[in-house]
Design a protein around this ligand. Sequence first.
Ligand SMILES: C[S@@+](CC[C@H](N)C(=O)[O-])C[C@H]1O[C@@H](n2cnc3c(N)ncnc32)[C@H](O)[C@@H]1O
Length: 438
Amino acid sequence: MNGRSSQRPARTPRPAPAPIAGLATRTAALRLIDAVLRRGDPLDQAAPPLLRAIERGDDRALALAIAQETLRWLTDCDRLIDSAMRQPLPADAKARSVLRLMLVQVMRLHLPAHAVIATGLPLLSGGPRRLAHGVFSAILNGGTGLPAAPTLPLAVHDRWSVAWPDRLNAIAAGLAEPPPLDLTLADRAATADWAERLGGISLMPGHVRCPRGQAVESLPGFAEGAWWVQDLAAALPARLIGAPPRAGARALDLCAAPGGKTLQLAAAGWQVTALDKSARRLERLEENLARTGLAAQTVTADALNWTPDHGFDAILIDAPCSATGTARRHPDVLHRLPAIDDLTALQAALVARAARWLNPGGVMVYAVCSLEPAEGEDQARLVSTPPAPITAAELPAGLAPTAEGWLRSDPGHLAEAGGVDGFFAARWRADPAEAPAP
Ligand SMILES: C[S@@+](CC[C@H](N)C(=O)[O-])C[C@H]1O[C@@H](n2cnc3c(N)ncnc32)[C@H](O)[C@@H]1O
């Protein structure tokens, strides 16, 4: 035994520190941003598992809003951070991510700076908290805020300044705010009535626009299925199919889930086959059918391996795409662009296959919620079915068809009314005298 023994009294264990209110929310927001930027996950997919542990619904909503606004204003937050530092932080430094989400909480979500500091700096426990505190304070004291429109990520800016040189500023301005809540009505004749009951405005028959941030399930008409949530531009492709030419006319919704366009076709009186390769997404489509009381036959299949046993009078191809047109509601899409070449090959294959299933005189619409011409205009140019140009009368006031008779919307359109998603759509009509391919 060692002759020297410690005479120090035994320490009473320290009580565990009380949890910091709101820290779990910010931790979740930080992980969401990481999932998008580091792993390339869609925010929609990353959110459910990362938010599950947060008890309160408004805390989950706050975590998601912090992540969305951080991704929306990422380039501008980085500029502010870099302007306040002599030695720039690495792009993937945790301190940079924490500073980004602290800045949007003050500058976009209007939370008090002291609360943001109290919940932000603990995320850097054991790390450069003092540095982050100093940079954050310097930015706030410097008085420079975020610009009126978000700066696009460099790769997106470079692509769109070539594709849409005249629309680039309007598109960026349209991305500054999350979108309003658009609803499509099952009964177009009741538009004025529902606009009044919901306290919204209507931009075309069958459409009502409400302020964002409402609990959709508690709005009048949700439980009875009088409407479904669908951006105004997203509702245009199914409208372009028109009404069925006769009772029992068949429509194929080729990439159908979660089903906004299937519901429109069914409500218009088509006998709809709704096909999608994702069984999980088709479950949501079936829930939507059940809630609205509308009918469609659902098919879980890869459209490239499926063959129908009859032709269709209408085919809607709402193809999988980069979804860059939805950046207002999904700001993550601009930071994790998928391989466009794979998507364009799939889109072309879907259109070529579907065109063979069109009955004589049948109508086909191809649509993508993308701002990439490779997924829209370039695909439409490959189709040999006779075109059926879209007319101005089929679109809401403020949107005009292109010279080719196509629809091309972007987030800068209808800005004074709250904007729309970016969409491309083109329409063709099979020769009435020609038999469908075997
Ligand atoms: C843009 S989303 C469709 C949105 C839907 N039309 C709506 O309005 O709710 C594209 C869909 O295509 C489906 N999809 C992707 N590849 C497919 C394929 N090879 N065959 C069938 N569906 C496919 C995806 O599962 C996804 O649900």
